[in-house]
Each structure stands twice: as C-alpha cells, then as structure tokens.
Design a protein around this ligand. Structure first.
Ligand code: SAM
Ligand code: DTB
Ligand code: SF4
Length: 324
C-alpha cells in the first residue's frame, strides 16, 4: 500500500495554507507549474440514461431540462474536435450517457470517431460507462489515449448516490482499461453530501489503485434542478482547494483536473486551485450539459496568471510509486 488511511487523514487535516504550501512544493518538483492541460469535452450522446446517479441530469428517471440526443454523426464530432484543436485544446474527451458499452453499430461509430480524433494529433479520451476487456482492447486499437471512469465518492457513500451499479463494477472497468494499455482518468465529485472521511476514503482508493491514475478529475457538484441533489448547496472553495492539494501530494506525477464547477468560481479562486496543484481543466462553454467558462475567458485567465497550455502527448512519466 502506497498510502495508509492515517497518512491521508493527517495530510488532509493540515492547516489549509500549510497544506497548500506542501502541495505547491511537490507540484513544482514533479510538474511544470506554468503548464495546464486544456481538454475539451463533448457529449456525443446525451440523456436518456438508465442509471440512477443522484447528481446526474442525464438520468432518464429525473425531470431535467436537457435535450435528449442520439449518438452524434462522426463528421459532426470531428468538426467539433477540429475547432477545439484550433482553440488550443490538446485533449478531446467524448462522453456518452450510457450505462455500459454494447457491441453494436453505435460502438463501431465511436471507434471511428476515436480513430479520426487520434489522426488529428490530439489525445483522445472517452467516457462511455462500463467496458468489457474486449471493448477496452477495441478502443485501444482504435488509438484511444485515455478512458474516464470516475469512482465519484467513497465505497461507503456510493450506495447513497447510485444503486444501479456497484463500486466493484467501476473497479472492474478500470482494470479492463489498464489491461488494454489505455491510460486511466479517474476521480470524483465533492458536494454530494459526503463526509470528510468519505473524501479521504476515495483518495485512499484512488492513490492505491494497482497503478496510480494518470489523470484525476476533481469535480464540484453542479446542482441541476430535477435531480435528487439539485438543491445541494454550493461547494465551499476551501473544500475544493483542500481536496486538490491532498490529491497532488498523494499523486505527484498525476494530472489533477479542476473539472466541473469552474463556472461558479472567480479567477482568484481558480488561481488558488492551480497553486494547490491542479494542472488541467475542461475548456469550452459547455461541459456535457452544464455551462463552463468560454474559451476566450480562459485564455484571458491564462494570460493573467502566466499559464501556458500543455502540449499533447507530452511524455507521461510512470506514476509515482513512492511517498513524496
Ligand atoms: N455515463 C458514463 C459514466 O457515468 O461513467 C459517462 C458520462 S458521466 C456524465 C461522467 C461523469 O460526470 C460522472 O462520473 C460524474 O463524475 C460527472 N458528473 C455528472 N454529472 C455531474 C454533476 N452534476 N456535477 C459534477 N459532476 C458530474
Ligand atoms: C469528469 O470527471 N467530469 C466531466 C468528465 N469527467 C466527463 C463531466 C462533468 C459533467 C458535469 C455535468 C454536466 O455538464 O452534465
Ligand atoms: Fe448515466 Fe453516467 Fe449520468 Fe450515471 S453519470 S446517469 S451512468 S450518464
């Protein structure tokens, strides 16, 4: 085990600025602190999902305002990817509101999209729900660089948020992705009504996976009307900073992504997250279904803070095995 629960508890409980200073020192040793990876998200299949994830506007069972949309055409997806590339994105992530991938024509079309985006020289990522080992291999053969599959919360809290699949199911897909040689993007959400201990437990699971994930998205819940968590209160920025800093210390070589929730943060608040070790964002005025800062707003933020976009396929060092 790389990190024990008590190691993580002591880091997480540090006085806030001491925690940020420690995380920042580790960030400067293992990463280029000026560099931030710019990823673009596209919802290639929206809504109508059979799952009951309590935070998600795309679950068919909740009454939300989103427009349900069948799988997009390959040409439209590739045109969007070209635009994202021209705007400076180096990673393109396609999301589908599926419980799991099925072996059908839709999956064949996604494989074609993966090939097309890969040929453009962008890192291509997908998040399509659960995968078998064979499906993971097909995605790898098509040129998939990363697969996003979040644990979302602790094993203990999981059953309060999702009942239609298990934590074990999630871990199994992550293992299938690893075995296929695709890099792993796996993180969670804060603001789901979890305790500090749940956050610590989730970080414990993430940082002790057989291989540390190359990328860890930390999402602040975007409360969406109509979902069971639609009335949850806004995540405290200090909680986000604490979570990011702890993740950075536990996983020095990982890309820690300041993911959902940026639309409600000031530049000063985002700057604190970068100082605490975040080095990746989703760019573009929409995440999957909810608003996100526009490209030009982010460009202005990069200029103000002296940040520069990370190039695609920058050598990804082996994830850290040892304590920092
Ligand atoms: N259906 C696939 C799945 O669940 O793995 C892929 C798409 S799903 C929308 C991807 C991730 O988005 C979820 O695991 C969750 O972490 C995040 N997410 C969804 N709704 C969110 C919300 N309202 N606020 C923050 N993150 C959210
Ligand atoms: C991740 O961790 N966050 C992104 C991406 N992976 C797929 C999704 C955020 C979704 C926020 C709610 C929405 O826009 O629908
Ligand atoms: Fe479906 Fe994914 Fe939303 Fe859960 S998070 S309801 S699996 S789209």
């Amino acid at each position: 085990m790389r990190w024990t629960l008590s190691d993580i508890e002591s880091i997480y409980a540090l006085p806030l600025l001491t925690l940020v200073q420690k995380a920042s020192a580790i960030h400067q040793t293992h990463q280029d602190p000026q560099e931030v990876q710019v990823c673009t998200l596209l919802s290639i299949k929206t809504g109508g999902c059979s799952e009951d994830c309590a935070y998600c506007p795309q679950a068919a069972r909740y009454q939300t305002d989103i427009n349900v949309q069948a799988l997009m055409k390959k040409e439209d997806v590739l045109a969007y990817a070209e635009k994202a590339k021209a705007a400076g994105s180096t990673r393109f992530c396609m999301g589908a509101a599926w419980r799991e991938v099925r072996d059908n024509r839709d999956f064949d079309r996604v494989l074609e999209m993966v090939k097309g985006v890969n040929q453009m020289g962008m890192e291509v990522c997908c998040t399509l729900g659960m995968l078998t080992a064979e499906q993971a291999q097909k995605l790898a053969d098509a040129g998939l660089h990363a697969y996003n599959h979040n644990l979302d919360t602790s094993k203990e809290h999981y059953g309060d948020i999702i009942t239609t699949r298990t934590y074990e199911d999630r871990l199994e897909t992550l293992e299938n992705v690893r075995q296929a040689g695709v890099t792993v993007c796996c993180g969670g959400i804060i603001g789901l009504g979890e305790t500090h201990q749940d956050r610590i437990q989730m970080l414990h699971t993430l940082s002790n996976l057989p291989k540390v994930p190359e990328s860890v998205p930390i999402n602040a819940l975007v409360p969406v009307k109509g979902t069971p968590l639609g009335e949850n209160s806004k995540v405290d920025i200090w909680d986000m900073v604490r979570m990011i800093a702890t993740a950075r210390i536990l996983m020095p070589q990982t890309m820690v992504r300041l993911s959902a929730g940026r639309n409600d943060m000031s530049i000063a608040e985002q700057a604190l997250c970068f100082l605490a070790g975040a080095n990746s964002i989703f760019a573009g005025d929409k995440l999957l279904t909810t608003p996100n800062p526009a490209f030009d707003e982010d460009q202005a933020m990069f200029e103000l803070l002296g940040l520069k976009p990370r190039v695609a396929f920058k050598e990804e060092p082996e994830a850290a095995e040892a304590h920092a």
